[in-house]
Ligand binder design. Sequence first.
Ligand code: KG4
Ligand code: ZN
Length: 333
Amino acid sequence: MKILAIESSCDETAAAVVEDGTNILSNVINTQIELHKLYGGVVPEIASRKHIENISAVVDKALDDCNLTFEDIDAVAVTYGPGLVGALLVGVSYAKGLSYSLDKPLIPVHHIKGHICANYLENPDFKPPFICLVASGGHSHIIYVKSYFEYDVIAKTNDDAAGEAFDKVSRVLGFGYPGGPQIQKAAESGNKYAINFPRVNMGSNGFDFSFSGVKTSVLNYIHNAEQKGIEINKNDIAASFQQAVVDVLSDHLIKAAEQYCVDRIALAGGVASNIPLRETISDKAAEKKFEFCYPRSILCTDNAAMIGCAGFYEYQNGNIADLSLNAYANLDI
Ligand code: KG4
Ligand code: ZN
């Protein structure tokens, strides 16, 4: 089954063709990062307008790249939430138009399920049940993936998402947007033990996240140093901040896996590209004898291949939408 998938929930206009949920035939991503960089973060109205300008060419390229035409496609899958509602609406409207004109099924896909399914693209032998840490610019969740169709959220963030904290700290350090890769790079030349930023555990089970405290702590550290006329070492701040976030994310993931008695763990979302995070979890997983999967970077960031994979399982589960499908900024998994 060949699924044409569309993703437009934030600042990437993406389309892909995925066969049988595992085989990526094409994967086109048009990123707007350079444009949003000018404003220090994603401007929703600009994102929506750019999606409208780009979507036809991105979908055409996804088909061209695998020498297919619209007639060769068996279904259209689209991200319908959560995300920026104006941005989502562009993909949803386009997918509805395609589904109607081609008379092919329309499959609605939850963005976070898409991120999780990127692991099946990375390693088709990696199967549920497993515990997945989803960390991106908009989300920080720990999810118990019971089967290809069943997802239980066991932890969330109480405030900022992990990627959002990377982006905000990067902005105050003057590194710009998106912050994750820049903080990671600066951290390579810094001392991660230089400053002891807080590690916070929240919620009744201690698995929930809170990243606003560590972000404020970085801001206070910089502010105090400025007031006292002390020169700051940006690389040390980046390394110490990154370590605080990595410690919390990895601890919660491992503890959740132990509590839920699974022996497989996974990463997903933009922050899953973070190398110290991957290495830390990899070490802990080896210690505990857990199987550990994480998608390559191009499948961690927002992309449509992951939506094509998730769409395959949604279709198998009978989840087909009609033309009343809407876009939702907030959407439970
Ligand atoms: O999944 P994604 O592309 O978009 C959302 O759904 O949000 O994630 C983007 C987020 C940004 O906050 C970005 O700073 C973060 O992922 N990110 C990273 C790294 N690469 C991207 N965070 C830490 N380390 C990285 N290497
Ligand atoms: Zn995402």
